[in-house]
Design a protein around this ligand. Structure first.
Ligand code: GDP
Ligand code: IMO
Ligand code: MG
Length: 422
């Protein structure tokens, strides 16, 4: 298997975790290169459900190595809990996990700022996961962040932390929010450092050797293209580059060492949090929620649902250089009579085929739909593409063609076995 970047081609929750777990069979190393524990990647193995937030989804496969790269922002206390949770379920987490010493840390003051800024925005809020992701990346960009490598030198860590707590408490006070306790953070983080210390290393050097030896690497995107800080529906986005380029900057693996970019799309579209969503559809939302589907893996919030948006996925293919796509949740449309697919946006009397940059303009776009007949049959037992109902095959081929990518995988259920490779 070549070095592959897997990206979400919509607004996150496309089923990246499931596809990564499936593809890890052929890879040796799985790398997370951006985002933090705002991500929630669900994997179902033998009926057991695992939700991973910071640890790459490859951890559930034996003898694979997982890397948390320099571009990730990590909350050490939450990471320790995730490690312990996996160990309690018999999953090995030891030498198979490496954490970049250059990954920035998320602190309680980041979470407090995230929460308070959202509260102050009222109706204009972003609808963040409140995990402190935005403020942590802001510290990184302001060159005031504290990194995983700092956890290895308790005295320096304590000094840096004291300065950050002082400044952030002043900011929290100015926003009428409660201050954080520097003493408590120091003790919690040094405790977490005892567990995480052995994993922290220079992951760039590790990945460089792997690349030189031709070891196949899988880059696990978090969030999705339209949550990208540059290419998404700004400001209703996350604070990292969720697109393919982020995999290189966030891991230190150079772009010319990447062989393939695979985009993951749902057979329809979902979004959690605020922001424009042209194909959002109340009827489809209630159908999917009625089936017990589309509740957030990290926050449990109900996801907003809508029809497949080929304007968005085509743009995503452009920005990421998507060669192949994996379509997930095709089974979610099993009971739908007529399926809509958005092929253009109407705005200001014109039809356009790309999303405008301004979120207010995207919100004004009216989708231009084509209708495709539903297949009205269960798909979740198919083991080959040829076993899918002809109309389901036509639908999958159509959305791949509209996106402009080769159809590589069709997923028809949450389990590993419910995956069809073309
Ligand atoms: P991620 O963040 O991209 O990894 O996606 P999430 O795990 O947040 O959300 C995807 C949801 O869809 C999870 O509940 C998965 O178990 C589920 N899932 C993934 N692929 C399929 C599929 O083909 N069919 C069904 N029914 N569920 C799927
Ligand atoms: P995975 O990796 C879906 C959304 C939040 C909010 C916006 C900003 O599971 O696909 P943040 O906490 O990052 O500052 O929130 O981004 N968001 C996600 N939506 N899936 C995710 O991750 C998300 N991570 C963040 O809901 O709208
Ligand atoms: Mg998710």
């Amino acid at each position: 298997m070549p070095n592959t970047i897997l990206v979400g081609a919509q607004w996150g929750d496309e089923g990246k975790g499931k596809i990564i777990d499936y593809l890890t069979d052929e890879a040796e190393i799985v790398v997370r290169s951006q985002g933090g524990n705002n991500a929630g990647h669900t994997i179902v193995i033998d009926g057991e459900k695992y939700v991973l937030h910071l640890i790459p989804s490859g951890i559930l496969r034996k003898s694979k190595t997982c890397v948390i790269g320099n571009g990730v922002v990590l909350d050490p206390v939450s990471l320790v809990q995730e490690i312990e949770g996996l160990r309690a379920r018999g999953v090995k987490v030891g030498k198979n996990l490496l954490i970049s010493d250059a990954a920035h840390l998320v602190f309680p003051y980041h979470r407090a700022l995230d929460e308070q800024r959202e509260a102050l925005k009222g109706g204009g809020k972003i609808g963040t996961t409140k995990r402190g992701i935005g403020p942590a990346y802001a510290d990184k960009a302001s060159r005031t962040g504290i990194r995983a490598g700092d956890l290895l030198s308790p005295e320096t860590f304590a000094e840096k932390l004291a300065a950050r707590v002082k400044e952030n408490n002043a900011v929290l006070k100015s926003l009428d929010a409660k201050p954080v306790s520097g003493k408590q953070i120091l003790s919690d983080y040094l405790e977490a450092a005892k567990v995480l210390g052995p994993f922290i290393t220079n992951t760039v050097v590790f990945l460089h050797h792997a690349v030189q030896q031709g070891v196949p690497i899988l880059f696990e995107g978090a969030q999705g293209t339209f949550l990208d800080i540059d290419h998404g529906t700004y400001p209703f986005v996350t604070s990292s580059n969720t697109t393919a380029g982020g995999a290189c900057t966030g891991s230190g693996v150079p772009p010319h060492r990447i062989d393939t970019v695979m985009g993951v799309v749902k057979a329809y579209t979902t979004r959690v949090g605020e922001g424009p969503f042209p194909t959002e559809d109340a009827g489809l939302t209630s159908t999917l929620h009625g089936m017990g589907r589309e509740f957030g893996a990290t926050t449990g919030r109900p996801r907003r649902c809508g029809w497949f948006d080929a304007v968005a996925t085509r743009y995503s293919a452009m920005v990421n250089g998507i060669d192949e796509i994996a379509i997930t949740n095709l089974d979610g449309l099993d009971g739908v009579d007529w399926i809509k697919v958005c092929v253009g946006y109407r705005i200001g009397g014109k039809t356009i085929d790309y999303p405008p940059a301004d979120h207010a303009d995207i919100a004004r776009c009216k989708p231009v739909y084509i209708d495709m007949p539903g297949w009205r049959k269960p798909t979740d037992h198919a083991t080959k593409f040829s076993e899918l109902p002809p109309k389901a095959r036509d639908y999958a081929k159509k959305i791949a063609a509209l996106t402009g990518a080769k159809l590589a995988i069709v997923s028809i259920g949450p389990a590993r076995s419910q995956t069809i490779r073309l």
